[in-house]
Design a protein around this ligand. Structure first.
Ligand SMILES: *[C@@H]1O[C@H](CO)[C@@H](O)[C@H](O)[C@H]1NC(C)=O
Ligand SMILES: *[C@@H]1O[C@H](CO)[C@@H](O)[C@H](O)[C@H]1NC(C)=O
Ligand SMILES: *[C@@H]1O[C@H](CO)[C@@H](O)[C@H](O)[C@H]1NC(C)=O
Ligand SMILES: *[C@@H]1O[C@H](CO)[C@@H](O)[C@H](O)[C@H]1NC(C)=O
Length: 402
């Protein structure tokens, strides 16, 4: 906690900002979320599903308020979180505790059908709030929006999984499921992959952590504690705001409301397996506001994204800022990228946010290489921008030099 970078500052001040919300279907456009069994793997991959049970110990925040009964309680909570004196008057947690628990995660490993030597580099991909592993492997126009397919085309292997509380992974209470647990789970996963598990007959020689948004925060937290666990880290949907960036200024308290979070089980029957601590985008338009930018997206891509969206948890929103992001001991390669108009990270304008190049100096001081890239025209949800492939190619070029 001693090195309090501007990056940490953003995390602290915008608690719920990166926090990619969560969605579901409005009565108005009445799509039913597809059953979670419709997970499609890319045609150019030789893929295998895994269920992984790890026991992890993490220092957890303990929810000390009544659990939400209904969306009136959610509205009251949104108010409490965003009032300007929230930190002085709103104290929803008891003292932190170290908690040991065992959960099961569902993931997919794909190796390329056509190998070229790159396959021993395993990309370990962690999605952000609002989605499950399908964020990386779109079945809508996969030639344009499927990152896993792109990586396989370049010859890389990919392990991508449903973070705790999403997709086919376990769904503990949303008043428990939080960042520290998920960071420990990702650490355990990376160690297992390093040891040759969950990668079919491939033995990983290099690991690259790939994150989006919340997944980028978790990936960074892993190399804070275990700097040798990855040779590379690709942080998408992320930036390092300067201290007067609007993300940490007057706009910040209102970011939470962009998601228009509502209890997941009131949004779609598909989320009835989760308690009231799971909250998602109130409707597709909240989702679009947070993740897309007109005119750089197809309505159909947004509708697809909505159909695969997942609620996040109250505790995920609340604990993002507790993850340490001071990765000075990390010696590998770093790429940081997001869309030009990312409203959750840069308050809608990323060029000035990226301009000071604070990343290397303050967060990755020991890194071999730090690169940044802004995807023109895109919002926070880079993988569903019309030009997602441009970002994938930048990532490919970065990977080629690890
Ligand atoms: C909102 O905060 C007040 C205290 O300021 C508290 O009494 C109330 O229970 C909180 N409600 C929710 C839903 O967080
Ligand atoms: C949790 O465990 C760690 C490591 O043993 C320790 O440093 C920390 O103080 C513990 N936290 C609590 C709240 O007990
Ligand atoms: C911070 O804001 C001030 C006032 O708007 C501006 O002059 C300055 O250039 C900004 N600094 C950075 C690093 O963006
Ligand atoms: C491995 O992937 C990189 C990045 O896309 C690519 O430049 C390189 O040609 C690939 N290696 C081989 C042997 O094809």
């Amino acid at each position: 906690m001693s090195s309090f970078s501007s990056f940490a500052l953003l995390a602290t001040l915008s608690l719920s900002s990166l926090v990619a919300g969560v969605p579901s279907n409005t009565p108005a456009n009445c799509e039913i979320a597809p059953p979670t069994s419709t997970f499609v793997t890319p045609k150019n991959g030789d893929c295998k599903d895994y269920t992984i049970t790890d026991k992890v110990t993490s220092e957890n925040l303990i929810w000390a308020q009544p659990k939400f009964k209904d969306n009136y309680d959610v509205a009251a909570w949104l108010f409490n979180e965003t009032r300007k004196d929230s930190r002085q008057v709103f104290h929803p947690f008891a003292d932190p505790e170290n908690v040991t628990a065992e959960y099961t995660l569902a993931g997919t490993f794909c190796k390329p059908k056509k190998m070229n030597g790159n396959e021993t580099t395993v990309l370990l991909a962690t999605h952000g709030l609002g989605y499950d592993r399908r964020y990386w492997s779109s079945s809508y126009k996969p030639d344009e929006y499927n990152f896993v397919q792109y990586a396989l085309d370049q010859g890389y292997s990919v392990f991508y999984y449903d973070r705790l509380g999403t997709g086919k992974s376990d769904k503990p209470s949303g008043f428990v499921n939080q960042a520290s647990i998920q960071a420990e789970q990702l650490t355990a996963l990376a160690k297992s992959i390093r040891a040759g598990k969950y990668t079919s007959d491939i033995k990983a020689e290099k690991i690259v952590l790939v994150g989006h948004s919340y997944g980028s925060y978790l990936s960074t937290a892993v190399i804070v504690n275990e700097p040798d666990l990855a040779e590379g880290i690709v942080l998408t949907g992320l930036a390092f705001p300067t201290k007067n960036d609007t993300a940490s200024g007057f706009v910040q308290p209102f970011v939470n409301t962009i998601f228009a979070n509502r209890i997941g089980s009131t949004l779609s029957p598909a989320f009835s397996d989760r308690d009231t601590g799971y909250i998602g985008f109130g409707d597709i338009f909240a989702h679009v506001h947070a993740f897309f930018h007109q005119p750089n997206y197809e309505t159909q891509a947004a509708e697809y994204a909505q159909s695969i969206s997942q609620p996040g948890t109250v505790l995920e929103f609340a604990t993002l800022a507790t993850l340490s992001q001071s990765a000075q001991a990390y010696k590998g390669d770093v790429l940081v990228t997001t869309g030009e108009f990312d409203i959750l990270i840069c308050s809608g304008e990323c060029y000035s946010t990226y301009a000071p190049k604070a990343a290397k100096k303050e967060v990755f001081t020991g890194a071999n290489r730090v690169e940044t890239y802004i995807l023109p025209g895109a919002g926070h949800g880079v993988n569903f921008a019309k030009n997602a492939m441009v970002a994938y190619k930048v990532i490919g070029t970065f990977l080629g030099k690890i």
